[in-house]
Design a protein around this ligand. Structure first.
Ligand SMILES: [Zn+2]
Length: 377
């Protein structure tokens, strides 16, 4: 007896299906069936055609079907600075003469965040960690676009205007306003659409938050659960400021205040002494690594050392949104060289899926090179 194909919502076909499952299966000429927003079947396309009658079909001939990319650190409203900050070598919040977050209205932030998230989606990123001023606008943009997002506010009590002139003025009012914004975000958006939107706490950085504010965030985050997002050892100025203020390096300060643990996702981690690397590794933090963004500022993070010390490494574009692969180690000779020189990996230097190696399809060639380039040597 032949069974009738069962109805499903979507069937996606591709030259290669990268399952990234426990067996790391790669299926040639495969397909993925989706019903009720969940993957219900993966296998050879001709087999799935006998099992499923899709309402919609996407023909990915010549393409790879794979899980969405995850961008672990971004600020989509900073699309407003595109073209202004790429070569300044300093983070936008510290830089005079460029648009600042506190200048944006809620509507501005929503429009900019929508644009940034649309770019991420177009480039294969389906999950983003996004935190900035007007975080409710970021959450609304992700909710509207169908992106999975972890959103947080930008908590700090350093006066932004003073910061752009190199001065640190900690203001209780600024701190309380940013705490309130993050708390309201969690109240309104955490768990939206079956958990597609989640919300966390995000102290901006150890230098832009006073010890008291960091202590308060630590307490609130402990009660909330989830992860904590921050910038860590991004700039020499940050390290110098924290050492002068507390006598501790930024990782030591976060450790003292209960923030340095496996729930911390820390962007950059560039200016670290060996003892800081050891401490971060032992704590099991996740490093949000932005290789090309760092390199544009003339900086290289000790990523291999951090990983060997025990930290987890994840990729991000930070500020620039756009294409995660291009932003991390794209096909340009420059970025490939950075990957090779700085991270001791075989460089990510494929030239495109249209190029074929003997006995391999274009997609198989791409995948083989990607896997080869991704394995540290
Ligand atoms: Zn950032």
């Amino acid at each position: 007896m032949t069974l009738e194909p069962a109805p499903c919502d979507l069937l996606v076909k591709g030259d290669l299906i990268l399952t990234l499952d426990a067996q790391d299966r790669v299926i040639s000429s495969g397909a993925v069936a989706v019903a009720d927003r969940a993957i219900v079947d993966i296998g050879p396309a001709d087999e799935l055609h006998t099992r499923w009658a899709p309402a919609e079909m996407i023909d990915g001939t010549g393409r790879i079907v794979m899980p969405g990319l995850v961008n672990v650190h971004n600020h989509t409203p900073l699309m407003v600075t595109r073209g202004m900050i790429e070569d300044i070598g300093f983070a936008p919040m510290y830089t005079p003469g460029i648009p600042q977050g506190h200048w944006l209205t809620e509507d501005d932030a929503f429009a900019l965040s929508s644009l940034g998230m649309y770019e991420l989606l177009r480039a294969g990123c389906t999950t983003v960690v996004d935190y900035y001023r007007h975080p409710g606008a970021c959450a609304r943009a992700a909710a509207d676009l169908g992106l999975r997002a972890v959103v947080a506010g930008r908590v700090h009590d350093a006066e932004p205007a003073a910061l752009t002139t190199g001065r640190y003025e900690y203001s209780r009012a600024v701190g309380e306003a940013s705490l309130r914004e993050n708390a309201e975000l969690i109240e309104r958006w955490n768990g939206h659409d079956g958990g597609r939107i989640r919300c966390d706490w995000a102290p901006h950085a150890p230098d832009t938050c006073s010890d008291d504010l960091l202590r308060e965030v630590s307490r609130l985050a402990e009660r909330h659960g989830g992860n904590i997002h921050t910038h860590l050892c991004q700039l020499p100025l940050e390290v110098e400021t924290v050492v002068a203020r507390s006598g501790l390096t930024p990782p030591q300060l976060l450790d003292k205040l209960g923030l340095l643990n496996e729930r911390l996702i820390a962007a950059h981690c560039i200016h670290m002494e060996p003892a800081d690397i050891e401490l971060c590794g032992r704590a099991g933090i996740t490093v949000a690594h932005a290789p090309i963004g760092n390199a544009k500022g003339g900086r290289i993070a000790p990523i291999i050392e951090l990983r060997e010390a025990g930290a987890r490494i994840a990729l991000c574009t930070d500020t620039s949104s756009g294409d995660l692969i291009e932003s991390c180690a794209g096909p340009s000779p420059c970025s490939a060289s950075i990957a090779r020189a700085a991270y001791s990996t075989r460089a990510l230097c494929w030239t495109g899926a249209h190029e074929r190696e003997p006995g391999r399809s274009g997609s198989e060639t791409w995948w083989a090179r990607w896997r080869s380039a991704s394995v540290p040597t």
